[in-house]
Design a protein around this ligand. Structure first.
Ligand code: PHE
Length: 465
Protein backbone atom coordinates (compact mmCIF):
# COMPACT_ATOMS: atom_id res chain seq x y z
CA UNK A 1 0.00 0.00 0.00
CA UNK A 2 1.53 3.33 -0.97
CA UNK A 3 1.58 6.13 1.56
CA UNK A 4 -1.07 8.80 1.27
CA UNK A 5 0.15 11.96 -0.45
CA UNK A 6 0.01 15.27 1.40
CA UNK A 7 0.08 18.89 0.29
CA UNK A 8 3.59 20.30 -0.08
CA UNK A 9 2.77 23.58 1.66
CA UNK A 10 -0.06 25.45 3.35
CA UNK A 11 -0.13 28.00 0.54
CA UNK A 12 -0.38 25.22 -1.99
CA UNK A 13 -3.39 23.77 -0.21
CA UNK A 14 -5.11 27.16 -0.01
CA UNK A 15 -4.56 27.79 -3.71
CA UNK A 16 -5.74 24.32 -4.67
CA UNK A 17 -8.90 24.74 -2.60
CA UNK A 18 -9.41 28.28 -3.88
CA UNK A 19 -8.82 26.90 -7.37
CA UNK A 20 -11.58 24.38 -6.81
CA UNK A 21 -13.90 27.04 -5.43
CA UNK A 22 -13.25 29.71 -8.05
CA UNK A 23 -14.55 28.56 -11.37
CA UNK A 24 -17.64 28.51 -13.47
CA UNK A 25 -19.74 28.90 -10.34
CA UNK A 26 -18.59 32.45 -9.69
CA UNK A 27 -17.81 33.48 -13.23
CA UNK A 28 -20.57 31.83 -15.22
CA UNK A 29 -23.37 30.47 -13.04
CA UNK A 30 -23.62 33.21 -10.42
CA UNK A 31 -24.09 36.13 -12.85
CA UNK A 32 -26.79 34.47 -14.95
CA UNK A 33 -28.73 33.05 -12.04
CA UNK A 34 -28.55 36.43 -10.34
CA UNK A 35 -29.85 37.97 -13.57
CA UNK A 36 -32.75 35.53 -13.72
CA UNK A 37 -33.62 36.11 -10.08
CA UNK A 38 -33.77 39.86 -10.23
CA UNK A 39 -30.49 40.80 -8.52
CA UNK A 40 -30.03 42.20 -5.01
CA UNK A 41 -32.33 40.07 -2.86
CA UNK A 42 -30.89 36.90 -4.39
CA UNK A 43 -27.33 38.11 -3.80
CA UNK A 44 -28.10 38.90 -0.18
CA UNK A 45 -29.54 35.45 0.39
CA UNK A 46 -26.55 33.83 -1.31
CA UNK A 47 -24.18 35.64 1.04
CA UNK A 48 -26.27 34.68 4.08
CA UNK A 49 -26.40 31.02 3.05
CA UNK A 50 -22.65 31.02 2.44
CA UNK A 51 -21.89 32.45 5.88
CA UNK A 52 -24.40 30.46 7.92
CA UNK A 53 -24.56 27.14 6.10
CA UNK A 54 -21.96 26.55 3.38
CA UNK A 55 -18.86 27.63 5.33
CA UNK A 56 -19.74 25.56 8.44
CA UNK A 57 -20.33 22.50 6.22
CA UNK A 58 -17.08 23.26 4.38
CA UNK A 59 -15.18 23.11 7.68
CA UNK A 60 -17.08 19.93 8.58
CA UNK A 61 -15.83 18.28 5.40
CA UNK A 62 -12.26 19.30 6.23
CA UNK A 63 -12.71 17.79 9.70
CA UNK A 64 -13.93 14.51 8.18
CA UNK A 65 -11.12 14.39 5.66
CA UNK A 66 -8.30 15.18 8.03
CA UNK A 67 -9.56 12.83 10.72
CA UNK A 68 -10.14 9.86 8.44
CA UNK A 69 -7.28 10.48 5.98
CA UNK A 70 -9.59 8.88 3.43
CA UNK A 71 -11.87 9.99 0.60
CA UNK A 72 -15.67 10.12 0.76
CA UNK A 73 -16.76 6.47 0.76
CA UNK A 74 -14.20 5.15 3.25
CA UNK A 75 -14.39 8.33 5.32
CA UNK A 76 -18.13 7.96 5.88
CA UNK A 77 -17.75 4.26 6.46
CA UNK A 78 -14.71 4.35 8.80
CA UNK A 79 -15.99 7.23 10.89
CA UNK A 80 -19.34 5.52 11.44
CA UNK A 81 -18.07 2.10 12.50
CA UNK A 82 -18.57 0.73 9.02
CA UNK A 83 -22.22 1.68 8.69
CA UNK A 84 -23.55 0.65 5.28
CA UNK A 85 -26.02 3.54 5.19
CA UNK A 86 -23.38 6.20 5.70
CA UNK A 87 -21.15 4.48 3.20
CA UNK A 88 -23.91 5.08 0.67
CA UNK A 89 -23.71 8.80 1.36
CA UNK A 90 -20.10 8.59 0.23
CA UNK A 91 -21.28 7.02 -3.01
CA UNK A 92 -23.89 9.74 -3.34
CA UNK A 93 -21.01 12.25 -3.18
CA UNK A 94 -19.22 10.44 -5.97
CA UNK A 95 -22.32 10.35 -8.13
CA UNK A 96 -22.85 14.10 -7.66
CA UNK A 97 -19.24 14.86 -8.55
CA UNK A 98 -19.45 12.64 -11.61
CA UNK A 99 -22.65 14.24 -12.92
CA UNK A 100 -21.47 17.79 -12.31
CA UNK A 101 -18.12 17.13 -13.92
CA UNK A 102 -19.86 15.81 -17.04
CA UNK A 103 -21.63 19.07 -17.84
CA UNK A 104 -18.92 21.25 -16.27
CA UNK A 105 -16.56 19.86 -18.89
CA UNK A 106 -18.94 20.86 -21.68
CA UNK A 107 -19.08 24.49 -20.50
CA UNK A 108 -15.33 24.47 -19.98
CA UNK A 109 -15.09 23.21 -23.54
CA UNK A 110 -16.96 26.35 -24.62
CA UNK A 111 -14.24 28.44 -23.03
CA UNK A 112 -11.54 26.53 -24.92
CA UNK A 113 -13.56 27.25 -28.03
CA UNK A 114 -13.76 30.95 -27.16
CA UNK A 115 -9.99 31.05 -26.75
CA UNK A 116 -9.61 29.85 -30.30
CA UNK A 117 -12.29 32.23 -31.56
CA UNK A 118 -10.52 35.12 -29.82
CA UNK A 119 -7.38 34.28 -31.72
CA UNK A 120 -9.31 34.49 -34.95
CA UNK A 121 -10.78 37.85 -33.90
CA UNK A 122 -14.35 36.73 -34.23
CA UNK A 123 -15.86 39.98 -32.95
CA UNK A 124 -14.33 42.21 -35.60
CA UNK A 125 -16.91 44.27 -37.46
CA UNK A 126 -19.82 42.66 -35.60
CA UNK A 127 -22.57 44.43 -33.67
CA UNK A 128 -23.18 43.44 -30.00
CA UNK A 129 -26.26 41.56 -31.23
CA UNK A 130 -24.20 39.56 -33.74
CA UNK A 131 -21.52 38.80 -31.17
CA UNK A 132 -24.24 37.53 -28.90
CA UNK A 133 -25.61 35.26 -31.59
CA UNK A 134 -22.31 33.45 -32.01
CA UNK A 135 -23.02 31.71 -28.74
CA UNK A 136 -26.42 30.53 -29.94
CA UNK A 137 -24.73 29.01 -32.97
CA UNK A 138 -22.18 27.26 -30.77
CA UNK A 139 -24.90 25.92 -28.49
CA UNK A 140 -26.70 24.38 -31.43
CA UNK A 141 -23.54 22.79 -32.86
CA UNK A 142 -23.48 19.36 -31.26
CA UNK A 143 -20.39 18.03 -33.04
CA UNK A 144 -18.26 21.05 -32.08
CA UNK A 145 -19.38 20.74 -28.46
CA UNK A 146 -18.48 17.05 -28.31
CA UNK A 147 -15.07 17.85 -29.76
CA UNK A 148 -14.29 20.50 -27.14
CA UNK A 149 -15.65 18.28 -24.41
CA UNK A 150 -13.14 15.66 -25.43
CA UNK A 151 -10.26 18.15 -25.48
CA UNK A 152 -11.15 19.48 -22.07
CA UNK A 153 -11.39 16.03 -20.50
CA UNK A 154 -7.93 15.34 -21.91
CA UNK A 155 -6.57 18.49 -20.25
CA UNK A 156 -8.04 17.41 -16.92
CA UNK A 157 -6.50 13.97 -17.26
CA UNK A 158 -3.12 15.56 -17.92
CA UNK A 159 -3.13 17.38 -14.59
CA UNK A 160 -4.70 14.69 -12.40
CA UNK A 161 -2.16 12.14 -13.71
CA UNK A 162 0.51 14.19 -11.96
CA UNK A 163 -1.01 13.55 -8.52
CA UNK A 164 -1.53 15.87 -5.59
CA UNK A 165 1.71 17.82 -5.34
CA UNK A 166 3.13 17.78 -8.82
CA UNK A 167 -0.21 18.07 -10.59
CA UNK A 168 -2.93 19.79 -8.64
CA UNK A 169 -0.87 21.92 -6.25
CA UNK A 170 1.72 23.01 -8.79
CA UNK A 171 -0.77 24.26 -11.36
CA UNK A 172 -3.15 25.87 -8.88
CA UNK A 173 -0.39 28.05 -7.45
CA UNK A 174 0.29 29.57 -10.86
CA UNK A 175 -3.17 29.74 -12.37
CA UNK A 176 -5.36 30.99 -9.54
CA UNK A 177 -3.46 34.25 -8.86
CA UNK A 178 -3.11 34.99 -12.59
CA UNK A 179 -6.86 34.81 -13.07
CA UNK A 180 -7.54 37.02 -10.07
CA UNK A 181 -5.26 39.73 -11.42
CA UNK A 182 -6.89 39.89 -14.85
CA UNK A 183 -10.33 39.79 -13.26
CA UNK A 184 -9.55 42.83 -11.14
CA UNK A 185 -8.21 44.74 -14.15
CA UNK A 186 -11.40 44.06 -16.12
CA UNK A 187 -13.52 45.01 -13.16
CA UNK A 188 -11.71 48.36 -12.93
CA UNK A 189 -12.45 48.98 -16.59
CA UNK A 190 -16.12 48.10 -16.11
CA UNK A 191 -16.44 50.76 -13.42
CA UNK A 192 -15.85 53.38 -16.12
CA UNK A 193 -18.77 52.21 -18.28
CA UNK A 194 -21.97 54.29 -18.20
CA UNK A 195 -24.01 51.26 -17.09
CA UNK A 196 -21.92 50.71 -13.93
CA UNK A 197 -24.27 52.62 -11.62
CA UNK A 198 -27.27 50.65 -12.79
CA UNK A 199 -25.35 47.40 -12.38
CA UNK A 200 -24.42 48.23 -8.80
CA UNK A 201 -28.04 49.00 -8.04
CA UNK A 202 -29.20 45.78 -9.69
CA UNK A 203 -26.76 43.63 -7.75
CA UNK A 204 -26.76 45.31 -4.38
CA UNK A 205 -30.26 46.71 -3.94
CA UNK A 206 -32.48 43.98 -2.51
CA UNK A 207 -35.96 43.92 -4.01
CA UNK A 208 -37.68 41.04 -2.24
CA UNK A 209 -40.70 41.12 -4.51
CA UNK A 210 -38.49 39.55 -7.19
CA UNK A 211 -37.55 36.58 -5.03
CA UNK A 212 -39.38 33.32 -5.74
CA UNK A 213 -39.22 30.07 -3.80
CA UNK A 214 -37.22 28.58 -6.65
CA UNK A 215 -34.82 31.48 -6.26
CA UNK A 216 -34.35 30.64 -2.58
CA UNK A 217 -33.32 27.08 -3.38
CA UNK A 218 -31.06 28.34 -6.14
CA UNK A 219 -29.35 30.74 -3.72
CA UNK A 220 -28.66 27.85 -1.36
CA UNK A 221 -27.46 25.63 -4.20
CA UNK A 222 -25.30 28.49 -5.43
CA UNK A 223 -23.59 28.92 -2.07
CA UNK A 224 -22.76 25.20 -2.07
CA UNK A 225 -21.70 25.21 -5.70
CA UNK A 226 -19.25 28.10 -5.47
CA UNK A 227 -17.66 26.63 -2.35
CA UNK A 228 -17.56 23.11 -3.87
CA UNK A 229 -19.38 21.82 -0.79
CA UNK A 230 -21.64 18.77 -0.52
CA UNK A 231 -19.94 16.36 -2.88
CA UNK A 232 -16.86 15.17 -1.05
CA UNK A 233 -14.30 17.45 -2.70
CA UNK A 234 -13.40 19.48 0.33
CA UNK A 235 -13.38 16.22 2.27
CA UNK A 236 -10.87 14.69 -0.15
CA UNK A 237 -8.66 17.78 -0.17
CA UNK A 238 -8.88 17.80 3.65
CA UNK A 239 -7.59 14.23 3.70
CA UNK A 240 -4.28 15.45 2.25
CA UNK A 241 -3.87 17.83 5.23
CA UNK A 242 -1.60 17.42 8.19
CA UNK A 243 -2.50 18.07 11.80
CA UNK A 244 -1.10 21.62 11.98
CA UNK A 245 -3.34 23.12 9.30
CA UNK A 246 -5.89 25.70 10.35
CA UNK A 247 -9.35 24.48 9.34
CA UNK A 248 -11.66 27.35 10.41
CA UNK A 249 -9.33 29.95 8.90
CA UNK A 250 -9.32 28.01 5.64
CA UNK A 251 -13.12 27.98 5.64
CA UNK A 252 -13.32 31.70 6.23
CA UNK A 253 -10.69 32.57 3.64
CA UNK A 254 -12.13 30.39 0.89
CA UNK A 255 -15.69 31.46 1.71
CA UNK A 256 -14.81 35.14 1.51
CA UNK A 257 -12.76 34.72 -1.64
CA UNK A 258 -15.51 32.92 -3.48
CA UNK A 259 -18.18 35.46 -2.49
CA UNK A 260 -15.86 38.26 -3.49
CA UNK A 261 -15.02 36.73 -6.85
CA UNK A 262 -18.72 36.17 -7.56
CA UNK A 263 -19.47 39.80 -6.80
CA UNK A 264 -16.54 41.14 -8.78
CA UNK A 265 -17.46 38.94 -11.74
CA UNK A 266 -21.01 40.24 -11.66
CA UNK A 267 -19.88 43.83 -11.32
CA UNK A 268 -17.73 43.26 -14.37
CA UNK A 269 -20.48 41.66 -16.45
CA UNK A 270 -23.62 43.64 -15.58
CA UNK A 271 -22.25 47.07 -16.55
CA UNK A 272 -21.71 45.64 -20.04
CA UNK A 273 -25.28 44.42 -20.10
CA UNK A 274 -26.74 47.74 -19.07
CA UNK A 275 -24.40 49.77 -21.27
CA UNK A 276 -25.07 47.82 -24.46
CA UNK A 277 -28.75 47.16 -23.92
CA UNK A 278 -28.48 43.37 -23.43
CA UNK A 279 -30.82 41.39 -21.18
CA UNK A 280 -29.83 40.52 -17.57
CA UNK A 281 -31.79 37.26 -17.70
CA UNK A 282 -30.12 35.96 -20.82
CA UNK A 283 -29.28 32.56 -19.31
CA UNK A 284 -26.41 30.12 -19.68
CA UNK A 285 -24.64 32.08 -22.40
CA UNK A 286 -24.36 35.27 -20.37
CA UNK A 287 -20.59 35.35 -19.82
CA UNK A 288 -19.82 34.17 -23.31
CA UNK A 289 -22.16 36.70 -24.84
CA UNK A 290 -21.26 39.79 -22.82
CA UNK A 291 -17.51 39.60 -22.36
CA UNK A 292 -16.64 39.50 -26.06
CA UNK A 293 -18.75 42.66 -26.44
CA UNK A 294 -16.64 44.27 -23.72
CA UNK A 295 -13.35 43.09 -25.25
CA UNK A 296 -14.41 44.39 -28.64
CA UNK A 297 -14.63 47.91 -27.19
CA UNK A 298 -11.17 47.79 -25.68
CA UNK A 299 -7.80 48.32 -27.30
CA UNK A 300 -5.84 45.13 -27.95
CA UNK A 301 -8.96 42.97 -28.32
CA UNK A 302 -7.03 40.00 -29.65
CA UNK A 303 -4.55 39.77 -26.79
CA UNK A 304 -6.97 40.72 -24.06
CA UNK A 305 -9.70 38.36 -25.13
CA UNK A 306 -7.28 35.48 -25.68
CA UNK A 307 -5.52 35.93 -22.36
CA UNK A 308 -8.82 36.16 -20.55
CA UNK A 309 -10.23 32.99 -22.04
CA UNK A 310 -6.98 31.09 -21.49
CA UNK A 311 -7.18 31.98 -17.81
CA UNK A 312 -10.86 31.16 -17.80
CA UNK A 313 -10.02 27.69 -19.11
CA UNK A 314 -7.42 27.33 -16.39
CA UNK A 315 -9.80 28.29 -13.65
CA UNK A 316 -12.38 25.81 -14.82
CA UNK A 317 -9.57 23.30 -15.04
CA UNK A 318 -8.62 23.72 -11.38
CA UNK A 319 -12.28 23.07 -10.46
CA UNK A 320 -12.63 20.13 -12.82
CA UNK A 321 -9.45 18.66 -11.41
CA UNK A 322 -10.96 18.69 -7.94
CA UNK A 323 -14.05 16.80 -9.11
CA UNK A 324 -11.94 14.31 -11.03
CA UNK A 325 -9.74 13.85 -7.97
CA UNK A 326 -12.77 12.79 -5.93
CA UNK A 327 -13.55 10.07 -8.43
CA UNK A 328 -9.94 8.99 -8.72
CA UNK A 329 -9.09 9.05 -5.01
CA UNK A 330 -12.15 6.97 -4.17
CA UNK A 331 -11.49 4.42 -6.89
CA UNK A 332 -7.87 4.06 -5.78
CA UNK A 333 -8.97 3.38 -2.22
CA UNK A 334 -11.95 1.17 -2.87
CA UNK A 335 -10.68 -0.96 -5.76
CA UNK A 336 -6.92 -0.64 -5.10
CA UNK A 337 -6.35 0.54 -8.67
CA UNK A 338 -3.35 2.72 -9.40
CA UNK A 339 -3.74 6.41 -10.22
CA UNK A 340 -3.32 6.02 -13.98
CA UNK A 341 -5.97 3.35 -14.34
CA UNK A 342 -8.40 5.26 -12.11
CA UNK A 343 -7.91 8.50 -14.04
CA UNK A 344 -8.48 6.82 -17.39
CA UNK A 345 -11.65 5.06 -16.30
CA UNK A 346 -13.04 8.19 -14.63
CA UNK A 347 -12.25 10.30 -17.70
CA UNK A 348 -13.92 7.86 -20.07
CA UNK A 349 -17.04 7.84 -17.90
CA UNK A 350 -17.13 11.64 -17.72
CA UNK A 351 -16.72 11.97 -21.46
CA UNK A 352 -19.58 9.57 -22.19
CA UNK A 353 -21.83 11.16 -19.61
CA UNK A 354 -21.00 14.60 -21.06
CA UNK A 355 -22.24 13.73 -24.55
CA UNK A 356 -25.98 14.29 -23.95
CA UNK A 357 -25.18 17.74 -22.50
CA UNK A 358 -22.92 18.56 -25.44
CA UNK A 359 -25.75 17.61 -27.78
CA UNK A 360 -28.49 19.30 -25.74
CA UNK A 361 -28.66 22.47 -27.83
CA UNK A 362 -28.61 20.63 -31.16
CA UNK A 363 -31.58 18.46 -30.25
CA UNK A 364 -29.91 15.50 -31.99
CA UNK A 365 -30.19 13.39 -28.85
CA UNK A 366 -33.21 13.37 -26.55
CA UNK A 367 -34.98 15.69 -29.00
CA UNK A 368 -38.21 15.72 -26.97
CA UNK A 369 -36.56 16.24 -23.61
CA UNK A 370 -37.49 19.88 -23.38
CA UNK A 371 -41.16 19.26 -24.03
CA UNK A 372 -41.23 16.66 -21.31
CA UNK A 373 -39.08 18.24 -18.61
CA UNK A 374 -39.35 21.96 -19.30
CA UNK A 375 -35.64 22.48 -19.99
CA UNK A 376 -33.15 20.62 -22.16
CA UNK A 377 -31.04 17.77 -20.80
CA UNK A 378 -28.29 20.15 -19.73
CA UNK A 379 -30.75 22.34 -17.80
CA UNK A 380 -32.26 19.34 -16.04
CA UNK A 381 -28.86 17.94 -15.05
CA UNK A 382 -27.59 21.29 -13.86
CA UNK A 383 -30.63 21.92 -11.68
CA UNK A 384 -30.82 18.34 -10.38
CA UNK A 385 -27.20 18.38 -9.20
CA UNK A 386 -26.74 22.03 -8.27
CA UNK A 387 -30.09 22.74 -6.65
CA UNK A 388 -30.86 19.33 -5.15
CA UNK A 389 -28.00 16.86 -4.89
CA UNK A 390 -25.41 19.26 -3.48
CA UNK A 391 -27.73 20.65 -0.77
CA UNK A 392 -28.86 17.14 0.17
CA UNK A 393 -25.21 15.99 0.26
CA UNK A 394 -24.40 18.98 2.44
CA UNK A 395 -27.34 18.27 4.73
CA UNK A 396 -26.23 14.67 5.24
CA UNK A 397 -22.64 15.77 5.86
CA UNK A 398 -23.81 18.31 8.46
CA UNK A 399 -25.86 15.65 10.23
CA UNK A 400 -23.02 13.14 10.08
CA UNK A 401 -20.31 15.43 11.42
CA UNK A 402 -22.59 17.31 13.81
CA UNK A 403 -24.43 14.35 15.31
CA UNK A 404 -22.79 11.03 14.43
CA UNK A 405 -19.05 11.66 14.76
CA UNK A 406 -19.35 12.91 18.33
CA UNK A 407 -18.94 16.40 19.68
CA UNK A 408 -15.67 15.66 21.45
CA UNK A 409 -13.97 14.24 18.39
CA UNK A 410 -14.97 17.02 16.01
CA UNK A 411 -14.14 19.73 18.54
CA UNK A 412 -10.63 18.29 18.87
CA UNK A 413 -10.20 18.27 15.10
CA UNK A 414 -11.56 21.80 14.81
CA UNK A 415 -9.14 23.12 17.42
CA UNK A 416 -6.07 21.34 16.10
CA UNK A 417 -3.82 23.85 14.37
CA UNK A 418 -5.95 26.93 15.02
CA UNK A 419 -5.96 29.81 17.46
CA UNK A 420 -9.59 30.62 16.71
CA UNK A 421 -10.85 28.70 19.74
CA UNK A 422 -13.61 31.16 20.54
CA UNK A 423 -15.62 30.37 17.44
CA UNK A 424 -15.92 26.65 18.19
CA UNK A 425 -19.34 27.01 19.91
CA UNK A 426 -20.61 29.13 17.01
CA UNK A 427 -19.45 26.54 14.48
CA UNK A 428 -21.03 23.70 16.46
CA UNK A 429 -24.30 25.62 16.66
CA UNK A 430 -24.37 26.47 12.95
CA UNK A 431 -23.39 22.95 11.94
CA UNK A 432 -25.69 21.01 14.24
CA UNK A 433 -28.80 23.20 14.11
CA UNK A 434 -28.80 25.99 11.54
CA UNK A 435 -27.33 24.05 8.59
CA UNK A 436 -29.59 20.96 8.79
CA UNK A 437 -32.72 22.91 9.67
CA UNK A 438 -31.99 25.62 7.11
CA UNK A 439 -31.41 23.21 4.24
CA UNK A 440 -34.43 21.17 5.26
CA UNK A 441 -36.73 24.19 5.29
CA UNK A 442 -35.52 25.37 1.92
CA UNK A 443 -36.12 21.91 0.45
CA UNK A 444 -39.60 21.70 1.96
CA UNK A 445 -40.45 25.12 0.60
CA UNK A 446 -39.31 24.24 -2.88
CA UNK A 447 -41.22 21.00 -2.78
CA UNK A 448 -44.28 23.14 -1.92
CA UNK A 449 -44.65 21.30 1.36
CA UNK A 450 -44.49 24.49 3.37
CA UNK A 451 -44.91 28.09 2.31
CA UNK A 452 -42.50 30.71 3.48
CA UNK A 453 -43.67 33.45 1.17
CA UNK A 454 -45.33 34.86 4.28
CA UNK A 455 -41.82 35.23 5.63
CA UNK A 456 -40.73 37.05 2.50
CA UNK A 457 -43.71 39.38 2.93
CA UNK A 458 -42.62 40.00 6.46
CA UNK A 459 -39.04 40.75 5.39
CA UNK A 460 -40.38 43.13 2.76
CA UNK A 461 -42.45 44.93 5.36
CA UNK A 462 -39.45 45.13 7.64
CA UNK A 463 -37.28 46.67 4.96
CA UNK A 464 -39.79 49.23 3.76
CA UNK A 465 -40.33 50.14 7.39
N1 PHE B 1 -16.82 25.65 -7.05
C1 PHE B 1 -16.69 25.47 -8.44
C2 PHE B 1 -17.04 26.73 -9.18
O1 PHE B 1 -17.44 27.68 -8.61
C3 PHE B 1 -17.57 24.44 -9.00
C4 PHE B 1 -17.47 23.18 -8.37
C5 PHE B 1 -18.59 22.63 -7.91
C6 PHE B 1 -16.25 22.59 -8.26
C7 PHE B 1 -18.52 21.47 -7.28
C8 PHE B 1 -16.17 21.44 -7.65
C9 PHE B 1 -17.32 20.88 -7.16
O2 PHE B 1 -16.98 26.72 -10.36
Amino acid sequence: MTQREHWGSKVGFIFATAGSAIGLGSLWRFPYITGQNGGGAFVLLYILFTALIAIPVFVAELVMGRKSQKSAVLAFSNLSNQSEKWRLVGWFNILTSFLILSYYSVISGWSVNYTLMSLSQFTEGKSPEDIRNVFEILYRSGDINVFWLFIFVLLTVGVVFGGVRKGIEYWSKILTPALLIILICLFIYSTTLPGFGEAVKFILYPDFSKLTSKGILEALGMSFFTLSVGLGIVLTYGSYLKSDDNLPATGLIIGSVSVLVSLVASLMIFPVIFTFGLEPEMGTGLVFQTLPVLFDQLPGTLVLSTVFFVLFVFTTLTSAISMMEVLVANMMEIFFWNRKKSVLIAALGVFIMGIPTALAGSGSLFGNWKEMYGTDFFGTLSSLTGDWMMPVGGLLTAIFVGWVMGKQLISEQFLMGTKMKKILPLWLFLLRYIAPIGVFIVILQTGNIINISALTQWAKGLISW
